[in-house]
Design a protein around this ligand. Structure first.
Ligand code: 5GP
Length: 194
C-alpha cells in the first residue's frame, strides 16, 4: 500500500477526539479525508451508513476478518467489532488524500506499527475519568451499563498514552483544537497562518 500520510487520533470515548477530528477535516490545507470504519455495533441516533461507519452484521464482519480485508480490527466492546478496511485507506489514498482516523488505542498503535514513518499517532487525554463520565452521560445516547463499560476501558487506555507520538490534553477545547491543527499541519507539511 502506498500513498499519503496517516493521522491517528485515539482516546477513551468521551475525550473529545471526534470533535477534534471533525475540526481538522474542515481545514482545506491539511488535505485530509476521514477513514470510515466498519463496525458490527448498532447505529446510534442520526448516524449514517457510509458516512459515520460502514454498519454490518457480525457475520459479515467476521467474513472480512477471514478474508484478511482489514488493516486492523478490534473487538472494542463485547460483540462490538470495529475495523479499518484496507480498501477504505486505498480509496482515500487514490484520491490523493492524507487519511485521518478516529479509532481506539489498540487499533491506532497497530497502524502506527505497520506504517511507522508515514503515521502521526496522537493520544487525546481527557481531564479525568470523572469528567469522562459526565461527558458520556451528557451525550445520553446509551444505557448506564454501556457507559460504565466505556469508563472501565478508559482507565486501561489512559495507560497507553506514552506509546503515542504526541499527547494532547483536552482540558480546554479551543486550545486542544489549535494544538491539534498545528501538529497535523507540521506533519503533513501544510502552511498555516500564524
Ligand atoms: P463508538 O461506538 O463510540 O463510535 O466507538 C467506540 C470506539 O471504537 C471508539 O474509541 C472508536 O474510536 C473506536 N473505533 C472506531 N472505529 C474503529 C476502527 O476502525 N478500529 C478500531 N480499532 N477502533 C475503532
Amino acid at each position: 500500500m502506498k500513498g499519503g500520510k496517516l493521522i491517528i487520533f485515539s482516546a477513551p470515548s468521551g475525550s473529545g477526539k471526534t470533535t477534534i477530528v471533525r475540526h481538522l477535516l474542515e481545514q482545506p490545507e491539511l488535505n485530509l479525508a476521514f477513514s470510515i470504519s466498519a463496525t458490527s455495533r448498532p447505529r446510534r441516533g442520526k448516524e449514517k451508513h457510509g458516512e459515520h461507519y460502514y454498519f454490518m452484521r457480525l457475520s459479515e464482519f467476521k467474513q472480512h476478518i477471514k478474508d484478511d480485508d482489514f488493516l486492523e480490527w478490534e473487538e472494542v466492546y463485547r460483540d462490538n467489532f470495529y475495523g479499518t478496511l484496507k480498501s477504505e485507506v486505498e480509496r482515500l489514498w487514490s484520491e490523493g488524500k492524507n487519511v485521518i482516523f478516529d479509532i481506539d488505542v489498540a487499533g491506532g498503535l497497530r497502524i502506527k506499527k505497520k506504517f511507522p514513518d508515514k503515521t502521526l499517532a496522537v493520544f487525546v487525554k481527557p481531564p479525568s475519568v470523572d469528567e469522562l463520565k459526565i461527558r458520556l452521560k451528557k451525550r445520553s445516547t446509551e444505557s448506564d451499563d454501556k457507559i460504565n463499560m466505556r469508563i472501565a476501558k478508559a482507565s486501561v487506555e489512559l495507560a497507553t498514552a506514552p506509546q503515542f507520538d504526541k499527547i494532547i490534553k483536552n482540558y480546554d477545547l479551543d486550545k486542544a483544537l489549535e494544538e491539534a491543527h498545528k501538529l497535523v499541519a507540521d506533519f503533513v507539511g501544510a502552511k498555516t497562518e500564524a
